[in-house]
Ligand binder design. Structure first.
Ligand SMILES: [Zn+2]
Length: 182
C-alpha cells in the first residue's frame, strides 16, 4: 500500500503508517460510493461530502447533497476525476473523513450539522440509516423493486426506508440481484 497517499488522521481513520482499520466487527453496513457505485472497503477510504451554498453575509449557513464518495487516493482505477464532480455555481464542496461520522459520536456530529450548519434533517436521517440500520445500504438499491412488489408498508419518504421495510427487503435481495444480472 506504500504507493497510496494516506489522508490525514481522523477519528478511527488512518494512522501514520497508512494502516486502515476495517469497519468495526459489529458494523452493520459497508457503504457504497455515491459517485461510482463501488463499495468503500474501509472507513479510511471514504469521504463524507456535501455542498456548501453561498449565502449573504450574516445569513445562516446552508448545506445540501450529503453523499459518501471514495477518498481521492482510493478511487477505483479507470475512473476519472477521483469520484469528484465540479460543484454547481455558487456552491463549494465541503468534506470530512467518513470515519468522522461512524458510531455514536458520528451520529452526534451529523445532528450538529443539522442544528448548526444548515443541513436538511432528512439528509442527515438517510445517512444515519445508511450507517447504522443493518442491511440498509444493501436494500436501498432495490427500493423500486420493493415498491413494485408492494413489499413496503408505505411509500418511502425521499429515500428514507424504515427498518422494518429493510428487514423485509433483505429476504428478496438475492433474487433481485439475480434478476438484474445481464
Ligand atoms: Zn467512488
Amino acid at each position: 500500500m506504500s504507493h497510496l497517499h494516506t489522508p490525514a488522521n481522523g477519528p478511527g481513520g488512518v494512522d501514520r503508517d497508512g494502516y486502515l482499520p476495517p469497519w468495526p466487527v459489529d458494523y452493520p453496513n459497508v457503504l457504497t460510493c455515491d459517485a461510482c457505485g463501488v463499495p468503500i472497503e474501509r472507513p479510511g477510504q471514504g469521504m463524507l461530502r456535501w455542498l456548501s451554498h453561498a449565502v449573504p453575509t450574516g445569513s445562516p449557513p446552508r448545506r445540501s447533497r450529503l453523499t459518501v464518495v471514495h477518498h481521492a487516493s482510493y478511487t477505483p482505477s479507470g475512473r476519472h476525476a477521483d469520484c469528484y464532480v465540479p460543484p454547481p455555481a455558487d456552491c463549494s464542496w465541503g468534506d470530512e473523513h467518513l470515519a468522522y461520522v461512524c458510531g455514536a459520536e458520528g451520529v452526534c456530529r451529523l445532528l450538529k450539522m443539522v442544528n448548526c450548519d444548515g443541513l436538511p434533517f432528512l439528509e442527515a436521517a438517510v445517512m444515519i440509516h445508511r450507517l447504522l440500520v443493518p442491511g440498509y445500504e444493501q436494500a436501498r438499491r432495490y427500493e423500486r423493486q420493493a415498491a413494485a412488489e408492494a413489499l413496503l408498508d408505505a411509500a418511502p419518504l425521499d429515500g428514507l426506508l424504515r427498518p422494518q421495510d429493510v428487514r423485509e427487503m433483505l429476504l428478496h435481495v438475492d433474487r433481485w440481484e439475480e434478476e438484474m444480472e445481464p
